[in-house]
Design a protein around this ligand. Structure first.
Ligand code: GLN
Length: 192
């Protein structure tokens, strides 16, 4: 199972090792050619405006949209979750950053306020027996989701994990904790 990790900026290496941990073969994606033939893709956390402009400059947006249309799973964490959304509020609207629009949701950047830039909290995740210790770093949240979207986790009044068919989004960073369950969840989407 080959999983492309968009490697333009952000916490790429952490996803690469976490994916190896669940038996996937990670492939770092910098150019269009790199993404060919992958079975799934991850858009990591980082700075969504930076990742967005590099992604669109290099034409990787078209590759990802095509993948999603053919049912290939894509997972965005944090900044990646922002880029997946179909609509942006507040900061997202102001900066006019390009979005992929692959998940029917409205997203707010830095949804947990500047005082709480970075924190850790246990969250319930649909299908997990025990809560997941979630690391939030200037995290976004989905404030509204479309009818076809499965809400997997909510925290502080917002949606912090959601799935829309082959598209998975998490506002927190499963690649930064010693708990493979969300990577396993994504690997099973890729495998299935
Ligand atoms: N707040 C950042 C953004 O808007 C995302 C932070 C992250 O990915 N850790 O791009």
């Amino acid at each position: 199972m080959r999983v492309g990790v968009v490697a333009l900026q952000g916490d790429v290496s952490e996803h690469v090792s976490a994916l190896r941990g669940v038996g996937a073969e990670p492939v770092e994606v910098r150019r269009r050619d790199d993404i060919e033939g992958v079975d799934g893709a991850v858009i990591p956390g980082g700075e969504s405006t930076t990742i967005s402009s590099l992604l669109f400059d290099r034409g990787l947006d078209a590759e990802l949209v095509e993948m999603a249309e053919s049912g290939t799973p894509i997972w965005g964490t944090c900044a990646g979750m922002i880029l997946l959304a179909s609509e942006g509020r507040g900061d997202v609207e102001r900066t006019g950053q390009h979005m992929l629009g692959l998940l029917d949701a409205s997203v707010e950047r830095n949804a947990f306020g500047r005082q709480r830039e970075s924190f850790q909290a246990p969250v319930e995740f649909d299908g997990f027996d025990e809560p997941f210790e979630a690391v939030f770093i200037r995290a976004p949240a989905y404030t509204e989701v479309g009818g076809g979207v499965e809400v997997l986790s909510e925290f502080g009044g917002g949606v912090v994990a959601a799935r829309d068919g082959p598209i998975l989004a998490t506002a927190f960073h499963p690649e930064l904790v010693d708990d493979e369950r969300v990577h396993e969840y994504f690997a099973s989407m890729v495998d299935g």
